[in-house]
Design a protein around this ligand. Structure first.
Ligand code: BGC
Length: 445
């Protein structure tokens, strides 16, 4: 990146950074079993703070300790990394970058362009990563032909969970289309049950909207969220998705509060709502309530999206610093993609391995459906805008804010929201002239 762009980017970061003291959030050692004294330590910044996420992070810490690397935990609360992104910027600007950070999707390219990340080319080529990673995962961690991040797991954001006992009692089948979704919601409401557990928190509203857009297929989804085409914003399919977003809001009868995602999962687990649409990290959290897939709840693709995979891929990037930590950072990178760690970590996290040679027979039904769908390739995959897979951070924040505004303010019409999205898209694409971005994995077309 030329110097003047880098300076402008850093100034932009400064302006966007909410340096509220969290930037220096306490770094605590993660719970670890006894093992040989560590020979190195790595500070890891991430946003896995729920009970199930904590267990998954602790597993990584324990496995690293077996390699004599001490995981210094810097966990920043906030679903979808809302807080962690800001804290990371603040820390880097203060000259206090962690050695490793959960950094996902397009944000990898943004950081890589600043020249701050450790290139993992040697590890990736020695380990022949390209041979076993899904091609779209390989594309996601590469930037300008260099490997810039380590992939951990694939989450399916278009996951529908439904309460099995309730569905059996009311003789309901999981909805497979929008029409069926509406019909099931009406039946649940008639039985006095809230149809869908949902929060009015901005990123969760936008995540629901992504699911509604995906009903029209990954190609249209990409037009809207990856290419950010003004024509797609004006398209009747966008109008339909916005209208449906309002319809789902109506099912909440004005009771939709701004809850963290773990609370939303809790409401579903306690039977306060019949269905839940969320990334499959919810599955790991449901295990905290003693609930198991197939037995207590069923899982399926969100209505109208069977056969598609709306993904959020978790990745860690390493900060280069003065290269003192490089040996340990590379060791960590090697460990994270091993078949055993991939299988164990993703089983705890609710995600699926990034490896083509994973064993679906060892997965639960939800994970197996996710992994086999993802394995069908780019044509069925859709990168989650909310989870940074589709656009740069600034565009993502602006799109989420716009969708949230539409959701909250009933006076805003569908046409207005479409016009505002189109105007935003024109603005974003001014700089790039609509050029493909890093995660535009079908950029060959
Ligand atoms: C991450 C998940 C995480 C979820 C909720 C997503 O962006 O990919 O690992 O569990 O956010 O915070």
């Amino acid at each position: 990146m030329p110097g003047r762009w880098r300076r402008a980017w850093l100034l932009g970061l400064l302006a966007a950074c909410a340096c509220d003291g969290n930037a220096l959030a306490a770094v605590q050692p993660a719970a670890q079993p006894a093992a040989a004294a560590p020979s190195a330590s790595l500070q890891v910044l991430h946003w896995w703070t729920s009970a199930s996420e904590r267990k998954a992070a602790d597993l990584l810490a324990a496995r690293l300790l077996e390699e004599r690397i001490d995981w210094q935990d810097a966990a920043i609360p906030g679903g979808a990394g809302i807080g962690a992104g800001k804290v990371l910027k603040g820390r880097v600007l203060a000259g206090d970058a962690p050695e490793a950070a959960q950094m996902i999707g397009v944000s990898i390219a943004e950081w890589a362009d600043l020249g701050l990340l450790l290139e993992l080319d040697n590890v990736a080529s020695a380990g022949n990563w390209q041979r076993f990673l899904f091609p779209s995962i390989d594309a996601l961690i590469r930037h300008r032909r260099h490997t810039m991040a380590v992939p951990l797991g694939i989450h399916r954001v278009n996951s529908l969970f439904y309460n099995r006992a309730l569905f059996a009692r009311l003789k309901l089948a999981p909805p497979q289309s929008w029409r069926e979704f509406e019909a099931v919601a009406a039946r649940l409401r008639a039985a006095g049950v809230q149809p869908l557990a949902q929060s009015s928190e901005a990123w969760q509203v936008a995540a629901l909207f992504e699911n509604l857009v995906l009903i029209n297929g990954p190609a249209f989804y990409r037009e809207l969220f990856v290419r950010r085409s003004a024509a797609a914003a004006a398209d009747p399919r966008t109008a339909e998705a916005l209208t449906r977003l309002r319809i789902v809001k109506g099912w909440g009868r004005g009771q939709l509060e701004e809850r963290g995602w773990t609370d939303v999962v809790g409401r579903f687990a306690r039977g306060q709502a019949g269905m839940l649409i969320m990334g499959d990290w919810a599955k790991a959290e449901l295990a905290e309530y003693g609930q198991a897939p197939e037995r207590d709840y069923g899982c399926a693709a969100a209505p109208g999206t069977a056969g598609y995979h709306l993904y959020s891929v978790d990745t860690f990037a390493m900060f280069a610093g003065d290269y003192r930590h490089q040996g340990a950072q590379e060791k960590m990178a090697r460990l994270l993609v091993t078949p055993a760690l991939q299988a164990d970590f993703n089983a705890l996290k609710g995600a699926v391995p990034v490896r083509r040679d994973a064993e679906p027979a060892r997965m639960d039904a939800c994970a197996r459906a996710s992994w086999t769908t993802f394995a069908r390739g780019a044509a069925v995959q859709a990168p989650s805008m909310v989870h940074r897979m589709a656009t740069d951070e600034a565009s993502r924040d602006a799109i989420i804010a716009e969708l949230h505004r539409f959701f909250i303010d009933e006076r805003a019409t569908v046409e207005q929201a479409q016009r505002r999205l189109a105007a935003l898209f024109r603005l974003f694409n001014l700089g790039t002239q609509g050029a493909p971005v890093a995660q535009d994995i079908d950029r060959g077309r």
